[in-house]
Design a binder for this molecule. Structure first.
Ligand code: ADP
Ligand code: MG
Ligand code: MG
Length: 214
């Protein structure tokens, strides 16, 4: 489908469904290297975002949908992840204010989200945070733009590249030693587990790609 406001709404709704389905897995990961609340934090926030969309009048652009999602996440999630993922959506919203996104616009949206996480959390690549998944996605999306050209499904292909890279970025956090967030208190003991925020980022971007393909 074209990447319009209706797509953005489907994206957020599918993200909420996916986070709900993976809630226990995210909680288990955060129990291993954090305080065990990432699954419930994000599930609560995504449910609130869906409720906000249910209550909203028809929104004109993907950016309007993402902005409502961002403000809802920031006010309901709390902890480290709330402001971070909220900022990602807020920055993404700014790059998504056209009625329909093209492939370069889609890559800019992902890059803006990644820059938002970086600006807010100051994590570098390799610090074992959600920034690892976002940065990998942004790089892959940009690389895909130059490959896909102007075909009708180009924006969906860009999102597929971003989602695959985010999943790979999340897997790559497993051996890392955490240098940001709660997991960093564990030092070497944080090695051997995937970062929960990187895993949830991959779920969210997978939902973006899946809805774009429909
Ligand atoms: P909290 O740690 O406050 O309980 P959550 O469990 O909801 O919050 O979220 C933890 C996730 O937040 C981590 O898995 C990591 O991906 C992310 N995170 C924490 N600190 C940072 C940071 N400084 N930069 C980027 N991401 C971070
Ligand atoms: Mg936590
Ligand atoms: Mg917490």
């Amino acid at each position: 489908m074209p990447l319009d406001a209706s797509w953005a709404e489907s994206w957020i709704r599918l993200s909420a469904q996916s986070v709900a389905e993976h809630r226990e897995e995210l909680t288990a990961l955060d129990t291993a290297i954090g305080d065990g609340d990432h699954g419930s934090n994000l599930d609560r926030g995504m449910c609130a975002a869906v409720a906000a969309l249910d209550d909203a009048d028809e929104l004109p652009t993907p950016g309007a949908v993402l902005k409502l999602t961002a403000t809802t996440l920031i006010s309901t999630v709390g902890g480290a992840a709330g402001p971070l993922i909220g900022t990602a959506f807020l920055r993404a919203a700014r790059e998504a204010d056209a009625p329909v996104l093209d492939a370069p616009g889609t890559a800019r949206m992902v890059a803006a989200a990644s820059e938002g996480v970086h600006a807010r959390g100051h994590a570098e690549t390799g610090d074992k945070t959600m920034a690892d998944a976002w940065a990998a996605a942004a790089r892959a999306a940009q690389a895909a733009v130059t490959r896909v050209g102007q075909s009708e499904d180009a924006p969906a292909v860009v999102l597929e590249a971003a989602a695959l890279a985010a999943a790979e970025g999340a897997r790559a956090t497993e051996p890392m030693k955490a240098r940001r967030g709660r997991a960093s208190y564990l030092g070497e003991r944080s090695c051997g587990y995937r970062d929960p925020g990187a895993v949830s980022t991959a779920l969210i971007l997978e939902a973006a790609a899946q809805t774009a393909r429909q």
